[in-house]
Design a binder for this molecule. Structure first.
Ligand code: GDP
Length: 213
């Protein structure tokens, strides 16, 4: 069987401002979330690279789609944080046209990792993004970050509510607790992302099972 992608091999690959510049890709997982939710910290921890996702925060890159290669033609994609500018929803799509089109039309996008501060989950902007993405039918995994900021019981209560709300909205929207500070939730997040990235890989036929020597 083909080896599963290893997230900690991630290397910065390219920044893209327009859809026509998207790199050739076999499969990718995109990270989205409100600015300051903890997306960069989560990406850095998942890839075991302390400063990897801060590349996305350097001047000129914050509004770009940043690609990190984790395996041959396989990417983690850091999308621009949304909701920073206090612009009324009615006057501007909070994530912009390029990002919107990317989310709707990118065939290689296997799923969306949506980062939310556990203390402010499922904001109006998060729902805007979820509703925008829903028609694709692709999975969403919510990382409730900064779980260390709540007591264990309060964090679990939030997780329960978020899971129930997501499950009521779509059968393949899931959630978990995550803390970059305490480094908790990493295994679960990795398992979710790896399974998405691996789904397209052709499995070699099980010759033994077919009675082939
Ligand atoms: P981004 O804008 O979504 O990329 O957010 P960052 O990863 O830059 O994090 C925003 C702020 O939250 C920074 O000050 C981080 O140190 C802090 N932060 C991120 N993750 C955690 C976490 O799991 N626990 C705590 N306590 N702070 C965090």
């Amino acid at each position: 069987m083909t080896a599963k992608p290893v997230l900690n091999r991630a290397q910065f690959h390219t920044s893209v401002a327009q859809l026509r510049d998207l790199p050739y890709s076999r499969a990718e997982v995109a990270f989205a979330g409100r600015s300051n939710a903890g997306k960069s910290s989560a990406l850095n921890l998942l890839t075991r690279k302390n400063r990897l996702a801060y590349t996305s925060k350097t001047p000129g890159r914050t509004q770009l789609i940043n690609f990190f290669e984790v395996d041959a033609d396989t990417y983690l994609v850091d999308l621009p944080g949304y909701g920073y500018a206090k612009v009324p929803l009615a006057t501007r799509a909070p994530w912009g046209r390029v990002l919107g089109e990317y989310l709707r039309t990118r065939d290689q996008l296997a799923g969306l990792a949506l980062v939310m501060d556990v203390r402010h989950p499922l904001t109006e902007l998060d729902w805007g993004l979820l509703e925008w993405f829903r028609p694709t039918g692709k999975p969403v995994h919510v990382l409730l970050t900064k779980a260390d900021k709540l007591s264990r019981s309060a964090a679990l209560q939030t997780l329960r509510v978020v899971r129930n709300t997501l499950a009521a909205a779509s059968s393949n929207w899931t959630a978990q607790l995550f803390s970059s500070l305490k480094q908790t939730g990493v295994d679960d997040a990795e398992a979710a992302l790896r399974s998405w990235l691996a789904t397209d890989q052709p499995e070699e036929p099980d010759l033994e099972g077919l009675g082939v020597p």
